[in-house]
Each structure stands twice: as C-alpha cells, then as structure tokens.
Design a protein around this ligand. Structure first.
Ligand SMILES: NC(=O)c1ccc[n+]([C@@H]2O[C@H](COP(=O)([O-])OP(=O)(O)OC[C@H]3O[C@@H](n4cnc5c(N)ncnc54)[C@H](O)[C@@H]3O)[C@@H](O)[C@H]2O)c1
Length: 272
C-alpha cells in the first residue's frame, strides 16, 4: 500500500531493534510499510548489518546505520542521519532489550550490580535518551512505541532482572507521555505475549512458556509478529491520536487469566 494510500501514508518512522526476520520490530516495520509508511532501520554492529540490509531492501527502507544504545555517539550519528535524510520524524519504535543470559536463571536476588546496571541502561534508559533525540524532529507531533512484557507486572520464572527493567520501562512510558504531550508526541507500549525470537532464546524454558500461554490464554494461541505489528499500526498511526501513556497487552488475553484453564492439559509434574 506504499505510495500515497493507507493508514500510515505520508508518515516516516525510525524502527530500532531489527535483528532478523523473526524480530518483533520487523513485524511492526512490515505492517507500517503495508499501511503506506516510509521507514528507516538500524543494525547493531557488523554481524547484524548483513541480516538487516536485505530486510531493509525488502521493505524499501532507509538504513540509518549502526546503533548501539550504550554508545551515545552511535545514537547521535543515527539521528543526524535521519535529520539529513528526512528533516523530521513522525514515529519511532524502540524494540531493544538485553540482560546477561546467565542471570535469567536461578534467583533474582543473585543479580549482580554490573548486570543490573547494564540491563537497565540498554532496556530502559535507552528509550528515554532516544525519546530526547526524537523530540526535536517530531515537529508535527509524533508517536513513540516501546515493547514490554507481563513479567513487569507479575513474577515470571526466568525473567528476573528483566522484569524489574520492564517495570521501569512502563513507568518511563508514563513520565515521557507527560513530558512530551504538550508537543503532541504520544508515548505508548505494547506488552507482547511470548514470541520465539533471538532475545527470547536467552530465557530458560521458553518452549514451556509458549505452550503454557497457548493452553491458558483466552484465545488459546500465542501471538505472532504480524499480530503485534498490526497493533503497532494502531499506535503509530492517527487511529490512536487520543491515546498516550498506555501499556496495551497484545497477548491473546493472557493477562486476564488467574489460573490454569480447566480444559488445559496439565503440563506440570505435580500429582495430588
Ligand atoms: N519475544 C518475546 O517473547 C517478547 C515479549 C514481550 C516483549 N518483548 C520485547 O520486544 C523487544 C524486541 O525483542 P525481540 O523479542 O523482537 O528480540 P530480537 O532479538 O529480535 O530483538 C532485540 C533487539 O535488541 C537489540 N539490542 C540489544 N542490545 C542492544 C544495544 N546495546 N544497542 C542497540 N540494540 C540492541 C538487538 O540488536 C535486537 O535487534 C524487546 O524489548 C523484548 O524485551 C519480547
């Protein structure tokens, strides 16, 4: 639908966090392009460059270069590139998180200071510093979207410090929504159900988590990148122009469930 028609026609957006074609960011990027948006992608280092460039070509996307959120100079370079290429920005997607895999098993109480700070820096502070850089380019208002998970609200096995980071990210959404609201820049998050991606491969027992969600969510399915992408279009387009500071669950309804479904197979080993 690119080139004039569609919910996102005329909008230009920077999408951070595409690692490969399974990335949630790629699902959002594809949906935006299908609805007429022009997009720019970044990659984290040479290893991802090889994967991102063909995906960018597939979506007719501009490649805004290397972006490592722990390196402020790389962020400055990306935003300078966007300023030069487009002069303005209508939307931005932040789909970035990291924690040491070894600390996503065992007890949260064992989290090291180093990994706590690194996890918070990459998964939380990055959204704030990116919002600050996007603000001057969003001269006609804009929409910022980040990705979170239910582990921010409830304790999930193997989510540990990442759950604490996502809780801080969700609080950041609310504070940023107030700071940027006067400029008609909206800030929201999608809380996605579990999806098999590169980042998810660092989470222990991920196949079990997927099955549990499939059996126990109201829709009796896990969500796909496409489903998250379509909800992303709502937040990044004018359809949601009255919405900011929101954390919206795209998880087949799993967050409303309090206990295993009566008809769900018992995949635990407990007998009593
Ligand atoms: N997969 C899931 O089950 C799930 C569920 C809910 C939320 N999320 C969130 O969705 C977002 C995207 O993750 P994904 O599952 O698509 O995995 P992914 O591995 O495809 O994407 C993670 C991205 O983070 C980027 N990244 C990590 N450290 C970075 C750094 N220092 N600088 C720049 N980029 C960096 C990686 O390059 C990668 O592109 C994350 O915030 C994740 O927590 C994932």
């Amino acid at each position: 639908m690119a080139g004039g028609q569609g919910l996102m026609a005329g909008k230009r957006g920077l999408i951070l966090g595409v690692a490969n074609n399974r990335s949630i960011a790629f699902g959002i990027a594809k949906a935006c392009v299908d609805h007429g948006a022009e997009i720019a992608l970044t990659y984290q280092g040479e290893a991802f460059k090889k994967r991102v460039e063909p995906l960018a070509a597939e979506l007719n996307a501009h490649v805004a270069g290397h972006c490592d959120v722990t390196d402020p100079e790389s962020l400055d370079a990306v935003f300078a590139d966007i300023a030069k290429h487009w002069g303005k920005l209508d939307f931005l997607v932040h789909a970035i998180a990291f924690s040491d895999k070894d600390e996503l098993t065992g007890r949260y109480v064992e989290t090291t200071r180093d990994n706590f700070l690194r996890t918070m820096d990459i998964s939380v502070f990055s959204f704030t510093t990116i919002a600050k850089r996007a603000e001057p380019l969003m001269t006609d208002g804009g929409s910022l979207l980040t990705l979170t998970y239910y582990g921010a609200e409830k304790v999930m096995p193997h989510y540990n410090v990442m759950g604490v980071a996502k809780a801080a990210l969700e609080a950041s959404v609310r504070y940023l929504a107030v700071d940027l609201g006067a400029k008609k820049i909206r800030v929201n998050a999608i809380s996605a159900g579990p999806i098999k991606t590169l980042a998810a491969s660092g989470i222990g027992d991920f196949r079990y988590i997927l099955k549990w969600n499939e059996y126990n969510s109201p829709l009796k399915q896990t969500v796909t990148q496409e489903e998250v992408g379509d909800s992303g279009v709502y937040f990044l387009s004018d359809l949601s122009r009255g919405v900011t500071g929101e954390v919206h669950h795209v998880d087949s309804g799993y967050h409303v469930v309090g206990m295993k479904a009566v008809d769900a197979p018992d995949i635990s080993t407990v007998k009593d």
